[in-house]
Design a protein around this ligand. Structure first.
Ligand SMILES: [Zn+2]
Length: 507
């Protein structure tokens, strides 16, 4: 007979309902076919299901079985269809009542011994179940806290196939599942960073205007210490942003079994040897979100940026511009969001001590030239702010003066973001991402500011792009200052953060 149940197909980070229809026919040669655009990972379900049924003392019906996953035009990828298929087969073979399956979203991978393994994308499945008014979700126990993030949805955690059947037959009423408690919002504070007033100001401006930040300084000057604290000075995430970030981690399978809603902005620091797929996303089966997407609404930090492969760095340009990344699959395109702040660090030269007052640079002229060529790439141009950092002085390191805490910086950043949100009519548009026309409309330079910019163009030989960057930065500096017009001081401060233009780069 025909039995119906329901599961989910993941399209990027969102879940689409998939109707799982299983027809079990008596007689003939026993066969099992899955139709409806299943990928290899879904077609392999038959071996797992057969073994899981036998291990659970349930018989594989010796008949012709056809499972249809609808809608047929949607590609189904992943091992999470196992549980719905197995229960559908049992209902089709009249081992359990078909009506019992009605209204449940079912996800989970079956192990050969009949246990139910955690799967990716359960949050998206739970959201789809809620949106379509389903009774609830039957999912792996390890994924249950993740499903419980969706309020008002019944979550049934099952650790093995038998458990799922007992529940459907009314033999077990699971206790309410709660999402894990939220971890503290900020753990690393700017107050712990001694000295570096300019670099901290640069970080504040970067966060306030959504500008990408490049820190240049010798080893041990505190570049990564500041980078790690950037999520803590960015505005708190909205509920929707938190859900979006949590969804990405769910699809990546990185939430773990103690997951709650992610309230902290992500901070990712991939290794210099990261592959293209690791950075952008990809891999076999259901493509995994890359580091750019795992940094969604947070910070992607590239430490020692000169050590990354050029093609890997170049691949960042599209995602930076579009805020999303598309991964080509056979027959489909998968899209993940990736609105991140790019922060990078580098030494001023290969040995690290160019321009250092105490230690001498030991780099040859040829090595310096090679290094600088890498610097001049189109990606480096994307860094609105280039902050030069010296090692902190003895006085700074010994100082007992408390530094400003992240919370104080964050409130200024939030105020500046608020102004931009009103100006551009969207919280997603900032001084760094607004169109050129919008920039021209909103950057009113005072006469003095205009003449300073003119002088800078002459003195530094600024290109059109360089002028554009300084205007965007000056707008942010003015916003932090609570000023509607852009004054001479704002332009001055902005130009001070364009190190690579302002200083003679080692050559
Ligand atoms: Zn050197």
């Amino acid at each position: 007979m025909l039995a119906k149940t329901e599961s989910v197909a993941l399209v990027g980070t969102s879940g689409h309902l998939v109707s799982v229809e299983v027809y079990v026919a008596g007689g003939g040669i026993p066969t099992f076919r899955i139709v409806g655009l299943p990928a290899a990972s879904v077609r392999e379900a038959d071996q797992r299901i057969k073994s899981a049924l036998e291990a659970s003392d349930l018989h594989w019906p010796g008949s012709r079985i056809i499972a249809n996953l609808a809608p047929g035009n949607l590609r189904k990828e992943g091992s999470h269809f196992d549980l719905a298929l197995a229960l559908g087969i049992l209902a089709g073979a009249e081992k359990i009542e078909a009506e019992r399956l009605e209204g449940w979203m079912i996800v989970g991978e079956l192990a050969l011994d009949g246990s139910v393994r955690p799967v990716r994308g359960v949050l998206a499945a739970a959201m789809a179940a809620k949106k379509h008014g389903r009774k609830g979700i039957i999912c792996p126990g390890d994924n249950a806290p993740e499903a419980a993030i969706v309020e008002g949805l019944k979550v049934v955690p099952v650790d093995n196939l038998r458990r799922a059947i007992t529940f459907l037959e009314g033999g077990w009423d699971p206790p309410a599942v709660l999402p894990a408690p939220e971890p503290p919002l900020v753990t690393e504070d700017m107050a712990e960073v001694k000295g570096h007033p300019e670099a901290k100001k640069a970080a504040e401006i970067a966060c306030a205007g959504g500008h990408n930040l490049l820190m240049i300084g010798p080893p041990g000057s505190g570049k990564s210490m500041i980078a790690r604290r950037l999520p803590g000075i960015l505005p708190a995430m909205s509920m929707q942003e938190s859900l979006d970030v949590t969804s990405v981690y769910s699809v990546a399978g990185l939430l773990g079994n103690k997951a709650g809603l992610t309230r902290r902005r992500p901070f990712r620091s991939p290794h210099q040897g990261v592959s293209l797929a690791g950075l952008i996303g990809g891999g076999s089966g259901l493509p995994r979100p890359g580091e750019v997407s795992l940094s969604h609404y947070g910070v992607l930090f590239l430490d020692e940026i000169s050590l990354f492969r050029s093609d890997v760095l170049d691949s960042l340009r599209g995602p930076l511009e579009e805020g999303r990344v598309r991964i080509a699959r056979s027959g489909a395109m998968v899209e993940y969001p990736c609105r991140f702040s790019l922060v990078a660090a580098m030494n001023p030269c290969p040995c690290g001590y160019f321009g250092d007052p105490v230690r001498e640079c030991r780099c040859s002229a040829a090595r310096l030239r090679y290094y600088n060529d890498k610097l001049s790439g189109p990606l480096i141009d994307r860094f609105d702010i280039q902050a030069m950092m010296a090692r902190p002085t003895r006085a700074e390191l010994m100082s007992r003066e408390p530094s400003e805490p992240s919370s104080a910086i964050r409130s200024r950043v939030e105020a500046a973001r608020e102004v931009q949100s009103e100006r551009y009519g969207s919280p997603l548009i900032s001084n760094s991402s607004c169109s050129k026309a919008e920039l021209e409309r909103h950057v009113r330079l005072t006469q003095e500011a205009g003449s300073l910019l003119g002088a800078l163009i002459d003195a530094l030989g600024l290109t059109g792009r360089g002028v554009d960057r300084i205007k965007r930065l000056a707008r942010t500096v003015a916003d932090l200052d609570g000023s509607s017009s852009v004054e001479e001081d704002h332009v001055g401060i902005a130009s001070g953060h364009r190190y690579l233009e302002a200083e003679a780069v080692p050559a």
